[in-house]
Design a protein around this ligand. Structure first.
Ligand SMILES: [Ca+2]
Ligand SMILES: [Ca+2]
Ligand SMILES: [Ca+2]
Length: 396
């Protein structure tokens, strides 16, 4: 069953719209070969757009000097212009030959790129050599990250800053094999669940005789809600707004409501998008809310499984802080009574153009509407305390 998550603060769906600036764990290395011509594969765990450039080096990071190791290694710079979805596997082929190709975009080799069969590492970063932002690191050198001395060794590396073993870095220590491929043990879940699975040595095919290609995992992420909010509208309806960061197999959302002491009732349904890696915005209007309302979303997958969102509570009375303005009759022909109102009232046509205003000193007033053309109008009450509410009526 797909997971239904509420993530309020850090939602990578928001980042997906940004062009090319990635963070640790936005990609993961899922195939690394020391044999053959050192093909490797990484997977996108964030959508990208614009021009994206990522460097991959077999040079090590020396935490003793807080700088790169001094061995002569190489770098593959991958460049892609356009949009790629989360879950895309990108293969870099033949980097050891000095002339690499990429399954998406282009790859340019500089220096002497060679993933050593004696153990080596592949470190992904953005930015410059002098000021890198590390994205992911894969190390198949036994007894490394922390105990290794780097210096002039081409085989050793310490864990680059900003990366976390088991999340955005994988050391196969103490197991050494030349070639590694993620076995797709986990292909759905939250981003952190996926990263934890990909950075787990137990989830890898490995050998020292033949190379691996792209795993072809078809990574899926469940429906993730970026936010879910309720707001009272000027006409005292309640609008629910929510955004998904990504969706897989999402049939849609049932909107459920209850009053303080009643059972949940379905009051609507909004269809989802079956599969989407871009943020999607949804809304629903409750035209007849209670004074006190609780709302939740029931997100339903195509297979019928479902999960509930958090529960929102919105109390109309406390929002307005006033008794509700009453108008009658409605529809009305010649006269309209406005009751439970004290303050300034403005009459608008359907275009929002103000037609007339009234001041109500007592709690009710009868206004003459005989001259109005047939149609819908609305009254806005501005309470003495500054709060406002509105009512529609139909003139016939
Ligand atoms: Ca090699
Ligand atoms: Ca090397
Ligand atoms: Ca190295």
């Amino acid at each position: 069953m797909l997971r239904f998550l509420i993530i309020f603060c850090l939602v990578f769906g928001f980042r997906s719209a940004l062009a090319s600036t990635l963070s640790a764990g936005d990609i993961a290395i899922i195939t690394m070969n020391a044999d053959g011509a050192d093909d490797f594969v990484f997977i996108l765990l964030a959508d990208i757009s614009g021009t994206t450039e990522i460097h991959f080096t077999d040079n090590g990071w020396d935490s003793g000097t807080s700088n790169w190791g001094t061995a002569s290694e190489g770098t593959v710079t991958w460049t892609f212009t356009g949009a790629l979805s989360l879950g895309t596997e990108v293969s870099i082929n033949n980097p050891q030959t000095g002339t690499a190709t990429a399954s998406h975009g282009s790859a340019v080799v500089s220096g002497s790129f060679n993933i050593s069969g004696g153990g080596d590492q592949l470190i992904a970063y953005q930015g410059t050599v002098a000021s890198p932002t590390f994205l992911y690191a894969f190390n198949h050198r036994a007894n490394c990250w922390s105990p290794c001395s780097v210096g002039t060794s081409s085989l050793n590396s310490n864990l680059p800053p900003g990366l976390t073993e088991g999340v955005s870095a994988l050391s196969t220590d103490p197991t050494h094999e030349d070639n590694w491929q993620y076995n797709c043990a986990v292909i759905t879940g939250t981003r952190s669940e996926l990263l934890a699975a990909i950075a787990n040595v137990n989830n890898y095919n490995r050998n020292s005789s033949s190379t691996y290609g792209a795993p072809g995992c078809n990574i899926l992420l469940p429906v993730e809600l970026s936010y879910f909010e309720a707001s009272q509208q000027i006409d005292n309806t309640i609008k629910l707004d929510w955004r998904t960061a990504s969706e897989i197999n999402n049939m849609g959302f049932e909107i459920e409501r209850r009053a303080n002491d009643s059972d949940w009732q379905k009051i609507g349904f909004v269809r989802g998008s079956d599969q989407n890696f871009e943020p999607q915005d949804y809304s629903f209007i409750d035209f007849e809310p209670f004074a006190e309302n609780y709302y939740r979303l029931k997100q339903i997958d195509e297979d019928g499984s479902f999960e509930y969102s958090k529960i929102l509570h919105i109390d109309i009375a406390s929002h307005i802080g006033q008794k509700e303005m009453i108008i009658y009759p409605n529809p009305a022909k010649d006269e309209l009574t406005i009751a439970q109102a004290k303050g300034l009232i403005r009459l608008y046509n359907l275009l929002g153009e103000p037609l007339k205003q009234y001041t109500i000193q007592e709690s009710s007033i009868i206004i003459d509407i005989s001259h109005l053309e047939t149609g819908t109008y609305y009254l806005e009450l501005i309470h003495e305390n500054g709060k406002r509410n509105t009512r529609h009526f139909f003139k016939y």
